[in-house]
Design a protein around this ligand. Structure first.
Ligand code: ATP
Ligand code: F6P
Ligand code: MG
Length: 510
């Protein structure tokens, strides 16, 4: 059922397993993408060759399904939609089978042979585990704010009520504490209550850190006869949601627990990106532009510093740097901070100021732990508190310039809360809608303990156990994002040298 149930891995062989809960006649996993008829039995068509690397077996990550443990209503999804829309044809164009899947890593080559891991494709399914009209759903938002929280609440409610005719949608207020804090009375979410909500920043339901009382949460779910719980949050929230799903199973409660991953930090693993991330990167551009203006107008030798969020990973800082193209130094937690010497960022900044007249620094809040040390203090959720790296950098820059008898003017900007309190941009709005709709489709079909996400731009269901095992994720220090950052800022890499994969020898071979 879940990782902690003793199962070795969440992946099960797809091709040979004849998988199938709702449909068992198929003998192979069908992979997302159109079947090309020209690759028939006649052989390889002209212009195509067989790869030297065998394509291998497919393994499908197993998402727990309540139909395996409880009697299922087995209501036909298309008939329900037909009934709702007054007898007109169903509007779900394609109902997904139990083994429609998306391959996780689409890159193949000589160093990636063997089997492929795949995830269940998300979407409306032919048979519903729950009777939608008897469905009581609860929605909760936890952790820090993130653009798009209200959009997910809006689309979850609309999908549940408008598309599935759910009986009741309850909004749990103030994060996990809302399940048992009597001052935080739950909100009834209706279509009119969430109308245009997606255009507002923040969360209608409120959020909080800390305070996870499992017994009280289960007591709430029982008292309100909740059948589907939608938990919107980051890695911490997903760990909590997984515990709720496990407890539901232990107490034999027929409740689907769905995770909708939220974080501006983009540190929930396995996903292309989490909702809110792109909006935050976009909103950070205004701060970087202000830093450029301040730095370039304060003569001589202006330096603008922008501090961005990202406690354990530098996704926002790196992507904001790349999107801007105006940044001369980007500091992220994944690369050690080196102040002076041949790999030092301070001589590099001095050189940039010499070349351009000014310089701009973007620093992730979690950068520089190797110099500043790590704090023993934690927040209410147990997250480490961080040393003040932006202030430290400003002081170090001023000191370095003064030691070299050069004047310098540093202007520091901290847009941290500005970038996460705005409404989602257009692209995140669409992502929020996709995630919310697919979370409802999956819960209605009885899937539980899953996270909904985009992988290779396709909506998928990921077992929560997989997501929590490797989150929070970090940028690959030798990966292409940081490579691009270094190539635009020209800052020296502070990582040990690693020869490029393939190397010159293989590149020059015929
Ligand atoms: N291991 C855990 N077990 C139970 N509850 C947890 C666990 N980790 C975190 N939580 C609870 O989940 C909620 C959110 O956690 P946290 O504050 O770490 O935010 P998050 O979901 O990681 O989002 P973000 O870090 O992006 O703001 C808190 O109420 C916290 O108490
Ligand atoms: O001040 P708060 O609300 O605890 O949030 C700060 C944290 O939130 C995050 O953006 C994650 O949501 C982290 O990057 C940051 O450290
Ligand atoms: Mg977190």
């Amino acid at each position: 059922f879940l990782a902690s149930s003793g199962r070795q891995s969440s992946f099960s062989p797809g091709v040979t397993a004849a998988v199938g809960r709702q449909q068992s006649s198929r003998d192979a996993v069908s992979v997302q993408g159109d079947v090309d008829e020209s690759f028939g039995e006649e052989g390889v068509p002209e212009g195509w060759v067989l790869p030297k690397v065998p394509s291998g077996q497919i393994y499908l990550a197993e998402v727990p399904c309540l139909s395996d443990y409880f009697p299922s209503m087995n209501i036909r999804n298309d008939m329900m939609v037909q009934a709702l829309s007054g007898g007109s044809p169903a509007f779900w164009n394609r109902l997904l089978g139990p083994d429609d899947c998306v391959i996780i890593d689409p890159i193949c080559g000589p160093d990636r042979p063997g089997h492929k891991k795949a995830l269940l494709r998300a979407g409306p399914r032919p048979l519903l585990h729950f009777d939608p009209q008897k469905t009581v759903a609860a929605i909760v938002t936890c952790g820090g704010l993130c653009p798009g929280l209200n959009s997910v609440i809006h689309h979850l409610t609309e999908t549940l009520v408008k598309n599935y005719s759910a009986q009741r949608v309850i909004g749990v207020r103030g994060g996990f504490a809302g399940f048992y804090n009597r001052q935080l009375t739950p909100l009834d979410l209706t279509v009119s209550r969430v109308d245009r909500l997606q255009h507002q920043g923040g969360t209608l339901l409120g959020t909080s850190r800390g305070g996870f009382e499992l017994d009280n949460i289960i007591a709430f779910l029982r008292a309100y006869q909740v059948t589907q719980l939608y938990v919107i949050g980051g890695d911490g929230t997903h760990r909590a949601a997984q515990k709720i799903a496990m407890e539901c199973k232990a107490q034999q409660l027929n409740i689907a627990v769905a995770g909708v991953p939220k974080t501006i930090d983009n540190d929930v693993d396995m996903l292309d990106r989490s909702f809110g991330f792109e909006t935050s990167v976009e909103t950070a551009q205004a701060a970087i532009t202000s830093a450029v203006t301040e730095a370039s107008c304060n003569l001589p030798n202006g330096i603008g510093i922008v501090k961005l969020m990202g406690r354990s990973s530098g996704f926002i800082a790196a992507h904001a740097t790349l999107a801007s193209g105006d940044v001369d130094l980007c500091l992220v937690p994944e690369m050690p901070l080196v102040l002076e010497g041949p790999k030092g960022c301070l001589p590099h900044l001095m050189q940039r100021v010499h070349d351009k007249g000014y310089a701009v620094v973007v620093v992730a809040e979690g950068a520089g732990e190797n110099v500043l040390g790590s704090s023993a203090e934690v927040d209410l959720s147990g997250n480490k508190k961080l040393p003040k790296v932006a202030e430290f950098m400003q002081h170090s820059i001023e000191d370095f310039f003064h030691r070299h008898n050069l004047p310098v003017t540093c202007k520091s900007i901290d847009p941290s809360y500005t970038i996460r309190s705005v409404p989602a941009n257009a692209s995140d709005q669409i992502l929020c809608m996709q995630l919310a709709q697919n979370a409802v489709h999956a819960a209605m079909a009885g899937y539980t303990a899953f996270t909904v996400g985009l992988v290779n731009n396709k909506a998928v269901l990921i077992p929560m156990s997989l997501v929590t095992a490797t989150s929070p994720r970090c940028l690959d220090p030798y990966g292409r994002v940081l490579e691009r950052v270094l190539s635009t800022t020209l800052q020296p890499s502070t990582l040990p040298y690693r020869p490029p994969k393939g190397g010159l020898d293989s590149a020059t071979q015929p």
